[in-house]
Design a protein around this ligand. Structure first.
Ligand SMILES: *Cc1c(COP(=O)(O)O)cnc(C)c1O
Length: 370
């Protein structure tokens, strides 16, 4: 049996009529940049999140960078973010001109470790970026409490967490701004690049819109130099067509995660993800931990099962950040986890038989080893 890591084709075929007609209408109207489909998706997505403004842009990385710019965060400022994330989170900070400050992970969730956060704050700290890694919400009470005490901005990197909730409140509504990615493999994915920022702050929404559009509100009236970062009409129409299915897809991911958990629990060599009571995870990824990670990954590949590692090198240990001179000792939890993490295949259309096959092969691996 073959189990791919994600399967975007199967999803397209399940909503082919909706997607094809969305694409056709954009072409018929030649509404390629801006226009009604982009406006419509911004309305649809802000309604889905339950927030006042959605400002679309070119991708999730841009969303983070534009957010920092609109918040006036740049040269001389520091931004704290988790040591385990995709590089986009830290890249955006540097691109905005500010300094990245890494915070080690929480052992269980791999999200930002609230207990280690406060000592990292200096007089230069301006913001905290909380990443809802794997689709599992970060400890937002902890983040907001510390941010409030030190008057810091809070940015949610929700690139992996469309539709997740924390204490029954939608992810994306906690920070000053939340940033989303619509990269095809994300839980709400376009057929190309796409991103968005959401906020309840009227003034900030205008600023972010200007930053994403050459620093202008009107056609040739530029108040400052911004960027060219746009969600195109085709992607917007596709996203609007897909959005009504998102809650069902989340349910399917959670059902798949539950099956993985039931069938994998009790294996002594394996740590499985544990969802805390206040978190409703959307399982962008289902990440297990084992000391046998590398061997297990090869074994599963031989059995036709694709897996991933998120992430094999913690951000502070990447060559890109060698200038910060960090060692493994600075971030012991991230250093330990990066050798253990293994992401199993998960997507809304994965079926029971595939999951059972994956878990049977994992059990077989540990049986043969013992
Ligand atoms: C995907 C991702 C991003 C960047 O999104 P792009 O649309 O690919 O630029 C940022 N942060 C995290 C955590 C991501 O997973």
């Amino acid at each position: 049996m073959q189990v791919p890591f994600v399967d975007l084709k199967i999803q397209y075929h399940s909503i082919k009529t909706e997607i094809d007609s969305a694409i056709q209408s954009v072409i018929k109207e030649t509404a390629f940049i801006g226009g009604k489909h982009v406006k419509q998706f911004e309305m649809d997505f802000s309604r889905f999140i339950g927030i006042k403004h959605c400002v679309s842009c070119g991708n999730g990385t841009d969303a983070l960078q534009i957010t920092l710019k609109a918040l006036n965060i740049g040269h001389g400022d520091e931004v704290i973010l988790p040591a385990n994330s995709f590089i986009a989170t830290s890249e955006a900070v540097t691109a905005a001109g500010a300094k990245v400050v890494f915070c080690d992970a929480d052992e269980q969730t791999n999200n930002i470790n609230i207990k280690l956060l406060e000592p990292l704050i200096t007089s230069k700290t301006k913001a905290i970026i909380a990443v809802h890694l794997y689709g599992n919400p970060a400890d937002m009470d902890g983040v907001l409490e510390i941010a409030k005490r030190h008057q810091l901005k809070v940015i949610e990197d929700a690139a992996q967490a469309h539709g997740a909730t924390y204490k029954n409140k939608m992810i994306g509504t906690f920070g000053d701004v939340a940033c989303f990615s619509f990269y095809p493999g994300k839980n709400l994915g376009a057929y190309g690049d796409g991103g968005a920022m959401v906020t309840n702050d009227d003034e900030l929404a205008i600023k972010m819109r200007m930053w994403a559009n050459h620093g202008r509100i009107e056609k040739y009236n530029h108040e400052f130099e911004g960027y060219n970062s746009r969600l195109d009409g085709l992607q917007a129409a596709i996203l609007s067509a897909k959005l009504p299915f998102l809650n069902q897809w989340i349910e399917n991911r959670r059902t798949a995660a539950k099956q993985f958990t039931q069938q994998l629990k009790g294996l002594p060599e394996l740590i499985i993800p544990k969802e805390s009571e206040e978190c409703y995870s959307v399982y962008h990824l289902y990440v297990i931990k084992t000391k046998e990670r590398d061997k297990l990954q090869v074994f599963l590949k031989e059995k036709g099962i694709a897996t991933g590692v998120h992430y094999p090198i913690g951000l502070p240990f990447l060559k890109a950040y060698s200038y910060l001179n960090h060692s493994l000792k600075d971030f012991p939890i991230t250093a330990k986890n990066q050798k253990l993490l293994l992401s199993l295949p998960i997507y809304p259309e994965i079926n029971k038989e595939q999951i059972t096959y994956v878990t049977e092969m994992i059990k077989q691996f540990f049986n043969e080893k013992l």
